[in-house]
Design a protein. Structure first.
Length: 243
């Protein structure tokens, strides 16, 4: 757990892939070791607090997604941050490696509903549980064209809504499943990485008390960087460089 920012109201961490954000079902592997518990222990140790500490979870990442998570240190901050996330006033950017060559830019608007296997699926508007799902995509790099090779792209995704598995489901539905995604990608794509190739790399929001704009970026984890190197995905246009 890498702490990127802390003040009296909030804390921003860079979550590693494989770590739950919050404890869930007791049968889930690693249910006792999760991000909220680690942050609480870190705060107790740092400030030598004898009792419990407040850690407010205002948004989530999938277990195998790496990157930025914002946490509240007070109930007041949690309420205001939760309101901003719910109102889509927080700018969340992700990096993903997907199958195929994506367009330079695209906007996807769909409806997602819960699936029988506790994931999400595209659904017609008005069907039970269906909610709007919107995102924007910008292509940062593509593999060179080669005969017989499906190709791959590095994309930046801006989430405009926050649905369960939204990026994974929408990109797969539009023909560009994530490398390593064993739930939504076909086997030949799922087997090309050890996890869904998704990294929450940038968050921009208003401070819950001061209301000034804050922005954080999380460096790519080693496995993600190695995947880009292996595929030859390099961002050569400075205007497209996510860093």
């Amino acid at each position: 757990m890498n702490v990127l920012y802390e003040d009296n109201h909030l804390l921003v961490v860079d979550k590693p892939a494989g770590l739950l954000v919050q404890g869930g079902d007791r049968d889930t592997a690693g249910a006792d070791d999760h991000l909220v518990a680690r942050v609480a222990a870190w705060l107790k140790d740092k400030y030598a607090k004898p009792g419990n500490v407040y850690v407010g979870l205002v948004h989530r990442l999938d277990r195998n997604t790496s990157g930025l998570v914002v946490l509240a240190k007070t109930s007041k901050a949690a309420q205001r941050l939760s309101r901003d996330f719910a109102a889509h006033a927080v700018d969340k950017r992700y990096l993903a490696v997907v199958s195929g060559h994506t367009p330079d830019s695209a906007s996807f608007e769909d409806h997602l509903a819960p699936s029988a296997d506790h994931g999400s699926q595209l659904a017609p508007p008005g069907s039970p549980g269906a909610r709007p799902a919107r995102l924007e995509l910008r292509t940062l790099a593509r593999t060179p064209a080669a005969t017989g090779a499906p190709g791959a792209s590095l994309v930046e995704v801006r989430l405009l809504t926050g649905r369960k598995h939204q990026i994974r489901v929408q990109l797969a539905a539009h023909g560009h499943p994530l490398f390593g995604d064993r739930r939504y990608a076909p086997p030949e794509v799922a087997g090309r990485f050890s996890r869904p190739a998704l990294h929450a790399w940038r968050i921009t929001l208003a401070h819950p008390v001061r209301r000034d704009e804050l922005r954080w970026e999380a460096a790519l984890p080693a496995d993600f960087s190695e995947l880009l190197l292996r595929l030859g995905l390099r961002v050569t246009d400075p205007e497209k460089n996510p860093a």
